[in-house]
Design a protein. Sequence first.
Length: 279
Amino acid sequence: MPLSQDSPVVLLPDVLEGMALDVLLEEFAAVRASDYECEDNPTALTFGTYWMPTGQAPRNAIEAYVARVQQTDAFQEAAGGVALEGAEWWWQDTDAEGEPKDYHTDCDLHLTTGADGETTNTKVYPAVSSVFYTGCVGGPTVVFDQVTELGDLVPPAPRQVVMSFPRLAQLLLFHGPLWHGVLHPPGAWGDGDRVTLLVNWWTVRPNGPSDLPEEFVFSSPPPCFPPTPLTPALCARVSCADAEEAAAAYEAHRIPADVLQAITAGPDPPRAVVQTWAS
């Protein structure tokens, strides 16, 4: 089941374990350390991402992971049965001095021609977005039940917010058009950088991603990750006690006070929190 019945967000713990996880992290580190630079594409809204077509046999452990996720029931539920042309993947690497990722929606611009022959740019969004955590460092990913329409958020204020805290091999899946970003951590940053592997699945290939370069095709066969059943993670649920305080906290990329109290009350911090507003 998703974290919420109202918002298509799913959290899966321990997507990979043992040798499969080790191989993915090793090859992911090699890709991040590479000097390869994508060719500049002036028509693209993004840069430094890579494309895996649907049906492509995996050429490295990252693509094997992408194929593994796409086989899960949770992914199929999130995708809603739409036909996907492929997956775009990249990474984010933030240290303790860096600012959290600002709020945004991932999107692309497609040129369309109307019946009158006029051409317009149409904004399109991924069908499914995802965050895979390679450690337990840094702040949570936050996903709002809001989308953008003509530059405005709809609805104007959130009714529900999902926070996913970094845990090794944890996967967050959510509906591609949703407004999202990253918050400051609830306490000390921890050792190392906050590194995430990000994948968006699209119904039509966007302009940004590059074809996989030969440098990222590894000679050893990629691991075959078994399609074992995955159980969605449990999460804490918090009702918003002060809408003004919560709005101010989110504007500053900080965790609201009532959520902070909930996650520090017990010995084991939750993997995720869903904050809801009374209707």
